[in-house]
Design a protein around this ligand. Structure first.
Ligand code: G3I
Length: 358
């Protein structure tokens, strides 16, 4: 090879080396945003917040649980520790410790807190259920519970389920201590009091049964539209969606789309899909059941993802893995309602959630 040829050869080699170094070191930002690594967690893959209701005891004591919560979720809801029974054990006694440590955990891991719940007919402290007083005393108690709680978490939580499950399954107003003592407009006043205590928090009405059919759903939609039309500070509608593998697709689609028709933010707030609705004692979770469940998760996520971005508050599953679901304990039967199995390994439902947004 002549001296000139050697020089040309070296120059070409140098250019090739520089070009390939450049390719490796300057990765276009858009490429990494579009294609997160397969193991990067749902919080990085989904184009809207993905959350779970978490058990603070498990978060503290179970490393596998803690790891999956950090990796997969961008939003956390307290399964129990922000309910009145936990926060407000005596008329003048408050217990913030467990809820505060959940908030610190979320801050540390860059996660949003959706707070649950201010006013519900369940999980009331015993002192409140036996409280004696006239209407004014009940109103003071009601306002104080809401405003002390919301003020404590002001600036730390993004949002609240202000009123939970105020409509009964037959579409009537649910009989509760709040309805009995304060009358039906307690719902509107709960939102107003919460807004006064934290004007930045997004406020939700949360209920179940949107996917059962039209009767209860229409009453819920009318309730939230009445609040909205009266300029009561309501920002979102929470659909719990404790549902089952046997639910027709159309019911799920109609539930999500009609909630969005309110113009409010939509939160699928307590999603789980029970696969043993007949409560069979020795049922096994077969591949066919896993596939059916995956198909329902896919449909729910796909339908939710088709809503306008500003209305997609997020999807939250109720618990993390099948072993910590509230369903088997409550109904005394095996079930597998979540995208993670009892060892926090992803199930076919997990893959379906990822595929639904492709
Ligand atoms: O922590 C005590 C424990 O000390 C005691 O020994 C034991 C005896 O029963 O009870 C334990 O508390 C239980 C708590 O869960 C923690 O496990 C309560 O009895 C029990 O009522 C409570 O159930 C919760 C339920 O709401 C009522 O608050 C479930 O975990 C929780 O998953 C469930 O969540 C609700 C949502 O808030 C609203 N939508 C429906 C959803 C499922 O029911």
């Amino acid at each position: 090879m002549s001296c000139r040829n050697i020089t040309v050869h070296l120059a070409i080699t140098l250019l090739l080396v520089l070009f390939s170094c450049g390719k490796n070191s300057v990765k276009p930002a858009s490429a990494s945003a579009q294609q997160p690594p397969a193991n990067s967690g749902l919080r990085n893959v989904l184009p809207f917040p993905f959350g779970a209701a978490v058990n603070t005891d498990l978060l503290e004591k179970n490393k596998a649980y803690r790891d999956v919560v950090v990796k997969e979720y961008s939003s956390l809801t307290a399964e129990n520790v922000m309910k009145p029974k936990a926060l407000h054990p005596g008329e003048n006694t408050w217990n913030w410790a467990a809820a505060d440590s959940l908030v610190s955990f979320a801050v540390k891991h860059g996660q949003r807190i959706h707070a649950h719940t201010l006013i519900w007919h369940k999980s009331l402290p015993p002192w409140l259920e036996t409280f004696q007083g006239d209407t004014q005393a009940w109103e003071r108690l009601f306002k104080d519970h809401i405003q002390t709680t919301v003020s404590h978490f002001r600036g730390k939580v993004a949002s609240w389920d202000v009123v939970n499950e105020a409509i009964a399954d037959d579409g009537s107003m649910r009989k509760s201590i709040w309805l009995e003592k304060l009358g039906p407009d307690y719902i509107a006043r709960a939102f107003t009091y919460a807004h006064e205590a934290d004007p930045s928090a997004l406020l939700f009405y949360n209920d179940y049964g949107h996917e059962y059919g039209t009767s209860k759903r229409e009453v819920i939609l009318k309730l939230v539209m009445d609040l909205k039309n009266r300029n009561i500070p309501i920002h979102g509608i929470g659909m719990q969606m404790h549902t089952r593998g046997t639910i027709p697709d159309k019911n799920l689609i109609d539930a999500i789309q009609t909630a969005a028709s309110t113009g409010l933010k939509v939160h699928i707030s307590e999603l789980d899909i029970a696969m043993n609705p007949e409560n069979v004692k020795d049922l096994e979770f077969t591949g066919a059941l896993a596939d059916l469940q995956a198909q329902k998760y896919r449909l729910i996520v796909k339908t939710f993802n088709s809503l306008p971005a500003a209305q997609r508050f997020g999807i939250t599953t109720w618990n993390v893995g099948d072993a910590d679901s509230w369903i088997p304990g409550k109904y005394g039967k095996p079930d597998w309602p979540l995208p993670f199995d009892k060892n926090y390994q992803p199930k076919p439902a997990y893959r379906a959630i990822v595929e639904a947004v492709k």
